[in-house]
Design a protein around this ligand. Structure first.
Ligand code: ADP
Ligand code: MG
Length: 342
């Protein structure tokens, strides 16, 4: 039998102390951390970036197929991704949690293991939070705080005609991972004897359960003195993010289907489910890659990075927002981009 320690046996302060005792401060900017009424941060002349995400059981995640450790990791990563998408460096997080008595101390420990791993990997400090009970389910609220050199943050609104549209990594895998997990869940609920068949699908399942934020891409851009003119992280599918950049920058764009980066594993999984892989990239979501625009004169600098793809370019607003398909057809990009292909 797995061990089960009731959380009530520790008391609130005992619990917070237990969960946070192994977190060590990594940033000089974390002046006052867990243990007082609030934390104090000093970014020493830099500007501060703040963002928050709420994750609700049954809405944003399903504990039937999401290991708590992965959930802890992902809760941190999705927030850090927003800080990177501003061109900043995340430095601290706070973490608010609510859970019902269904959750044991061992379960929370697992969740915090994931949080800890993400904090270590991305070099951020857990400097506070809040702990509460809920009537039902698990609720996670993460605030990420970061820093950026004065006025060097990158907004969604700076794209200009002629700029190149760039994407990091590859797209569409997370959506297929989710589709696969949902299918296996359904099969399991109908027949608990059948073991999940995830063989050969490690890549797409990994992309939904354990996403990474593109710290490396921001580092590359900084090291090569490339300042994107606009940037956004791809959490809701490429189409939707391109439309955000275009509307906030008051520009149009041309996107080439054949340039959209899609991993081989993603294509194979898409064909298995008889879904268009391009549709997964355009409308899938949860990839946590970066979409950004650069000036044409920076093109040579990015060609050395295999993890950055140029997928199109920015036009005048009057020209609209279009995708050119592999067959050479031209369609307006919609938030549900793949409808155009049906
Ligand atoms: P308050 O009563 O002022 O809300 P708490 O007793 O909730 O304070 O929290 C005590 C300290 O522990 C604070 O520094 C708070 O930020 C931190 N904290 C509370 N819950 C968590 C948590 N789940 N993870 C990390 N830090 C936490
Ligand atoms: Mg509190």
């Amino acid at each position: 039998m797995e061990e089960r320690t009731e959380i009530s046996s520790l008391g609130e302060f005992g619990l917070i102390d237990h969960l946070t005792k192994n977190f060590e401060i990594q940033n000089a900017s974390s002046i006052v951390s867990i243990g007082d009424d609030a934390a104090v941060i000093d970014h020493f002349g830099k500007q501060t970036i703040v963002t928050n995400d709420l994750l609700i059981e049954g809405v944003h995640f399903d504990l039937m197929y999401t290991p708590l450790k992965h959930l802890g990791y992902k809760s941190v990563v999705v927030n850090l991704s927003d800080v990177y998408a501003m061109g900043g460096t995340p430095t601290q997080i706070t973490l608010g949690l609510a859970f019902s008595n269904r959750f044991s101390l061992e379960a929370l420990d697992e969740f915090y293991e994931g949080v800890h791993a993400a904090c270590d990997f991305y070099g951020v400090d857990l400097i506070g939070g809040d702990t509460s009970t809920s009537q039902k389910g698990f609720i996670i609220s993460v605030t990420a705080i970061g820093e950026v050199a004065p006025d060097k943050y990158v907004r969604r609104s700076g794209a200009k005609k002629g700029d190149l549209l760039c994407v990091s990594g590859d797209l569409g895998a997370a959506y297929l991972g989710l589709t696969l997990l949902e299918r296996e869940k359904k099969i399991f609920l109908e027949n608990p004897q059948i073991q999940p068949d995830l063989e050969g699908e490690k890549y797409v399942v990994g992309r939904i359960l354990k996403p990474e934020a593109r710290k490396d891409v921001i580092g590359f851009l900084t090291d090569n003195a490339i300042t994107p003119t606009s940037m956004i992280d791809i959490s809701d599918g490429l189409s939707s993010e391109i439309l955000h950049i275009c509307s906030q920058s008051k520009v149009g764009c041309v996107l080439y289907e054949e340039k959209i980066p899609i991993a081989e594993e993603t294509r194979l999984a898409a064909y298995k489910f008889q879904i268009d892989p391009t549709a997964c990239a355009l409308s899938g979501g949860e990839d946590y890659e970066l979409l950004f625009t650069i000036r044409q004169e920076d093109y040579d600098k990015i060609t050395t990075n295999e993890d950055i793809s140029v997928v199109g370019y920015i036009t005048d607003e009057e020209e609209g927002r279009h995708i050119i398909t592999k067959g050479g057809n031209r369609y307006p990009i919609t938030a549900q981009g793949w409808n155009a292909f049906q």
